[in-house]
Design a protein around this ligand. Structure first.
Ligand SMILES: Nc1ncnc2c1ncn2[C@@H]1O[C@H](COP(=O)(O)OP(=O)(O)OP(=O)(O)O)[C@@H](O)[C@H]1O
Ligand SMILES: [Mg+2]
Length: 299
């Protein structure tokens, strides 16, 4: 069984209490002094120490003994807090194997309260998630808590986009819940566009994608911002799903049109190279942005 899947059945309420205490003050200390933990919890000091050493053994916290005895929550500990919360709210019953490990997220299969399969996406932080961060802001030597914050904000952003798109009938996974850096959504069926080599009617798929980009632009007033053959699923009935939305931007963003053009370029380039379908980027951009009366939306 995957390491994370073990957390859910094994985690104790008292361990969660200690983790939550660390989480509360994580922005104030690199490592939270043991005295600070004791001050903030009703659990006996001796028990706190025992719980923390158990959590440390299982990799849910990290310890320092350098200048003082202190602890900080690890990425796995943060995962545990989110999982526990989602289980408490009956969003998920159990966690299974990952579907996919991306550069910025790991997506696990899970079962919901009705034993239906759902997808649980953990937004990651750290060195591997630099690409997207760099795109959004200047990266300096960020302390740990700001990485936690960043992945938490990314999860909220993705959840919000899915909700807005769902409302206007967008072909996206259904958002089910969000806790900290974790988004729960419906499971998509199909295959990543990247892996499709012989499509019966490739142009039909490209048309559907362009229509979805247009729907997002016209009705949801937002732009995906990272669209490519890596973020589109196609099922056996040639239905498509556009996923992976944490970097979306509203049309009001100063770079919105530039991002839209890049999304369109990525998709049309893929279809040109793989299926010899020639779509002009600027023409497609005009189609996407033209409002029903024929004017550019941002004119
Ligand atoms: N709702 C879902 N249902 C089923 N599988 C999913 C779902 N969401 C994501 N996946 C799987 O997880 C993979 C990674 O998802 P996603 O693209 O959202 O994360 P990512 O870390 O941004 O990935 P990358 O950086 O590679 O684009 C997908 O390629 C897909 O295989
Ligand atoms: Mg992706």
């Amino acid at each position: 069984m995957h390491r994370l899947a073990k957390i859910l059945p094994e985690i104790q309420p008292e361990e969660i209490q200690v983790l939550q205490t660390l989480e509360e003050v994580t922005h104030r200390f690199e490592y939270v002094p043991i005295e600070e933990v004791n001050k903030r919890t009703t659990i006996d000091a001796e028990d706190v120490l025992f719980l923390l050493s158990q959590l440390n053994k299982r990799g849910l916290v990290q310890r320092t003994k350098k200048r003082y005895l202190g602890y900080r929550i690890s990425q796995t500990g943060y995962d545990a807090l989110a999982l526990y919360d989602l289980a408490q709210k009956d969003v998920i019953l159990s966690l299974g194997q990952p579907y996919g490990v991306g550069k910025e997220a790991t997506v696990y299969r899970a079962l919901d309260a009705n034993n239906e399969e759902v997808a649980v996406k953990f937004l990651r932080w750290g060195r591997t998630s630099f690409r997207r961060v760099r795109r959004l802001r200047t990266l300096k030597d960020e302390p740990l808590y700001s990485w936690m914050d960043f992945s938490k904000r990314a999860a909220k952003r993705e959840f919000t986009a899915l909700r807005i798109l769902q409302k206007v009938g967008g072909k996206v996974p259904t958002p089910l819940a969000v806790s900290r850096h974790v988004v729960v959504m419906s499971k998509m069926s199909g295959t990543l566009l990247l892996h499709l080599v012989d499509l019966k009617k490739p142009q039909k798929i490209l048309e559907k994608i362009v229509q979805q980009i247009q729907l997002a632009f016209q009705k949801a007033e937002l732009i995906h911002g990272d669209l490519s053959e890596y973020n589109v699923f196609v099922d056996e009935n040639e239905q498509i799903t556009l996923f992976d939305w944490p970097q979306w931007q509203p049309l009001t963003h100063p770079n919105a049109l530039w991002m839209l053009k890049r999304d369109i370029t990525n998709v049309t380039t893929f279809f040109r190279r793989r299926f010899r379908i020639l779509y002009d980027v600027d023409e497609t951009l005009t189609r996407v942005t033209a409002s029903p009366n024929g004017k550019m939306k941002n004119d």
